[in-house]
Design a protein around this ligand. Structure first.
Ligand code: NAP
Length: 246
């Protein structure tokens, strides 16, 4: 158990990568927090974890709304007394080519993927700096390194997440807080299920391994970065993408 008794929060842990990660964190001994926007979805994952005998709290908050984020963080602090690990995982897409993208599509993705990471990172950093320890992991994407056709808004947020990661690593290192990013390649989840089959096939073809990733591949990277095995690792971007090169 590599993160035994650590309090681990994963935003957007009701599905996909987030759900696999919260399960993996619990398996590795952490006291976990399931975070989503709707109580019903949160409850399903909380109940699964409780049934497996894990220590778990559920919170409901939209990461793009700072008041909701601050109350969720306070609820976690009141319940567990601390926050040791935050994974800023919640994210959405609203794809369109540049000339067809609407203002609403642009603003929605910026609000969740960029402002949401800022809101949660800021609230958690205050708690972590006070206790002089903590780990923040921000979820970027291969798209945040190479860009992607039809994803002006999403790519902007995922590049931005890397900028925040490096800035926070510099600001928070002396306060005992490590900050890293993970850049997943194409992972089979509900998000990719919305993509056309031919794009997924093309993505497979671009990986030297010839396969798409699974949520657990990303969860394993989170556990490494969250654990003491990564005590000398901060400000980095760990690509977990099957070697995909665009
Ligand atoms: P997913 O299955 O669609 O899950 C997204 C999660 O985020 C859900 O739990 C959703 O919960 C939550 N969420 C969405 N908007 C939210 C908000 N405003 N406030 C709080 N929670 C919110 O997505 P995924 O594929 O696992 O992706 C997870 C992360 O990995 C994202 O940041 C994504 O950009 C990144 N990523 C994914 C891939 C991939 O191939 N799948 C590749 C690279 C990067 P509710 O809807 O229940 O609220």
């Amino acid at each position: 158990m590599r993160i035994k008794d650590k309090v681990a929060v994963v935003t957007g842990s009701t599905s996909g990568i987030g759900k696999a990660s919260i399960m993996k964190f619990a398996e590795e001994g952490a006291k976990v927090v399931v975070w989503g926007r709707t109580e019903e979805e949160v409850e399903v994952v909380v109940n699964d974890l409780k049934a497996a005998g894990k220590e778990v709290l559920g919170v409901t908050a939209d990461v793009s709304v700072s008041d909701e984020v601050n109350s969720a963080m306070n609820k976690i602090k009141d319940h567990y007394g601390t926050i040791d690990i935050l994974v800023n995982n919640a994210g959405i897409t609203a794809d369109a080519q540049l000339m067809k993208m609407t203002e609403d599509q642009f603003d929605k993705v910026i609000a969740v993927n960029l402002k949401g990471v800022y809101n949660c990172g800021q609230a958690a950093a205050k708690i972590m700096a006070e206790q002089n320890s903590g780990v923040i992991i921000n979820v970027s994407s291969v798209v945040g390194i190479y860009g992607n056709f039809g994803q002006t808004n999403y790519a902007a947020t995922k590049f931005g997440v890397i900028g925040m990661t490096k800035t926070w690593a510099k600001e928070l290192g002396r306060k005992g807080v490590r900050v890293n990013a993970v850049a997943p390649g194409f992972i089979v989840t509900e998000m990719t299920a919305k993509m056309p089959e031919k794009i997924l096939d093309a993505m497979k073809g671009k990986s030297p391994l010839g396969i798409l990733g699974e949520p657990i591949d990303i969860a394993n990277a989170f556990v490494y970065l969250a654990s003491n095995e990564a005590k000398f690792v901060t400000g980095t971007v760990l690509s977990v993408d099957g070697g995909v090169v665009l």
